[in-house]
Write a protein that binds this ligand. Sequence first.
Ligand code: PMP
Ligand code: GLN
Length: 386
Amino acid sequence: MKPINHTVIEFKESIFSTMTKLAIDHEAINLSQGFPDFDGPKWIIDLAKNAMDQGHKLGNVGKNQYAPSAGILPLREAISKNYKRFYNLDFDSANEVVVTNGATEAIFCACMALINPGDEVIVFEPFYDSYLASLKMAGAIVVPVTLKAPAFTFDSEELIAAINSKTKMLILNNPHNPTGKIFTREEIKIIAELARKFDFYILSDEVYEFLTFENSHTPTACFEDLANRTITISSTGKTFGLTGWKIGWACGPKEIIKAIHNVHQFTTFCVAHPLQVAMAEALGKMDDYLINFKSQYRAKRDYLVSGLKNAGFNVLTPAGTYFAMAILKEGENDIEFCQKLIREKKVAVIPTSAFYIKSNAGSGMIRFCFAKTDETLKKAISNLAL
Ligand code: PMP
Ligand code: GLN
């Protein structure tokens, strides 16, 4: 038989799938993969059910049939309105917004749309695992720059040294998974200056934009002169606690969004129609929703962090996301530690070496997810304290 594609054959199972499977096998509490163990708001679920029940009765195009490829207009309008309202950003809903199957598909489509084989892309490590796979499928050369614990800052000399005339794009994830870091204005200004000087794009993954515990989020596209070279990606999975719905999007300059849509059109064509109907309405009701959402997650963060501290972990308090990192003791190894934690404490977490390709710093850290009910968190902490 002739060989399978040499890039894809090398992909391993995602660490998120591996750890969730292990948690199930060991009947352990799952603080590994990032998803809530409770449902998103019932009123949003009811909106989707209603769209499904109504089918053709709600308009000319049946809500159980294909949606327009770029996303239903009410959803693109709701996305565009929120960027204006929250951040004073202008994205034309007709040409500068494309709806995708979660942020993951937006990331893949953006990589395919912008990268030619051999182009170099800067990725800060630790990174969300799909970046590497999407970039490799697009034929990019991935150039990692390591964020240094405990503040997870980058060394600007190291960043400058990683950039050259072949640098096509930089991926910035802010707020940052897995570290919970929020990049400072100064850090983004350094990146902005380099992007202008070396003329590269910025893929800005902002899926945790509403999970910030200190200041509110500032999209990368808000920084001076960055709007014309930034692809802003987000999704509703985290914000509404409905990660299984996979409603995401990419926004940016018209020509780039057209190219991203070209990929999306021939990858999945469109996104689940009734879920788009529900999300279009939900995105218009963010103000009331966010107050409770943020305070709920802040309380979960504080509870987990103080519980872990009391249990003897060297845990870092995250400024954003629903993850917290803990630094292991000298000589401990993340994979062995996680295996032991599942077996002996019945708690599953993520070994962070999975998020690194250059540095071995990840083998000295683990990631906890606190998007869990108070009951789950309490049980996990009491197991860990034993
Ligand atoms: N980016 C980051 C940083 C993530 O953590 C995740 C996963 N939760 C995604 C993108 C993917 O988001 P989605 O579920 O909308 O595809
Ligand atoms: N982003 C989620 C996490 O960091 C998982 C997403 C996935 O399973 N693909 O845990």
